[in-house]
Design a protein around this ligand. Structure first.
Ligand code: C5J
Length: 222
């Protein structure tokens, strides 16, 4: 059974045949220049920096036979799955459902809500449209993972402290062992990323482990 010996806070044992990769919200509106994220004043170059490593991670999992699951944070065009408690956050002039630089902001089917080309799903890979921050909330993810017999989840994507961390916590509560690939996740706020990595692995891996892409690759390829 592979081990990421140098994972933090200590070695991480996993079985590739019962693992899956979850790539969170690598969407144009969060990552591309001119998208919703940049419109809000964020420096999207921080997120763009992880794209090559995330693409390499996806390729490694495909080559190894580890299922790849993608998520998109987006809502139905009629916004019936968007509670006011979510809609009313953020800048009043650019809220979810409003016209944005790449179509309606975080609405399914709009250009900005889709996944960037560099990490685009291939035929057969599950793409989950999720209305919440966590990918288990109001989606088929639990059922899909049960059908696959998955026990370990490898995480990548954006943003580290919001949708990635929320999904990892949901996963850990559901009994999955979780490892976050440090150089395949990012935040607009470097201090939030650093704090999230610390939180995840604190208290004996209270939420899960963290490791680099190179460490995972070494564990899988020997
Ligand atoms: C945010 C996300 N940050 N995917 N979404 O609103 O983390």
């Amino acid at each position: 059974m592979p081990q990421i010996a140098t994972a933090l806070p200590f070695g991480f044992d996993f079985d590739a045949t019962t693992s899956a990769l979850i790539v969170i919200d690598m969407q144009r509106d969060f990552i591309e220049p001119g998208g919703f994220g940049e419109t809000l004043g964020n420096d999207v170059s921080l997120l763009q920096a992880i794209v090559p490593t995330t693409a390499a991670l996806i390729a490694l999992c495909r080559d190894t036979g580890i299922p790849v699951i993608h998520t998109r944070e987006c809502h139905k065009p009629d916004l019936s799955d968007l509670p006011a408690a979510k809609r009313d956050r953020g800048a009043p002039e650019a809220r979810i459902g409003d016209p944005g630089p790449m179509g309606r902001i975080l609405v399914a089917g709009e250009r900005g809500a889709d996944i960037i080309q560099e990490v685009y799903p291939i035929t057969g890979e599950l793409v989950i449209d999720k209305p919440g921050k966590g990918a288990f909330y109001a989606t088929i993810l639990s059922d899909h993972l049960a059908r696959l017999g998955t026990r370990t989840l490898i995480f990548a994507g954006v943003t580290t402290e919001v949708c990635v961390q929320t999904t990892m916590r949901e996963a850990n509560d559901r009994g999955f062992e979780c490892v976050l690939i440090e150089d395949a996740t990012e935040s607009y706020f470097p201090a939030f990323k650093a704090a999230t990595l610390d939180m995840i692995r604190a208290q004996g891996a209270i939420v899960g482990w963290t490791a680099t892409f190179a460490e995972l690759k070494h564990a899988l390829n020997g």
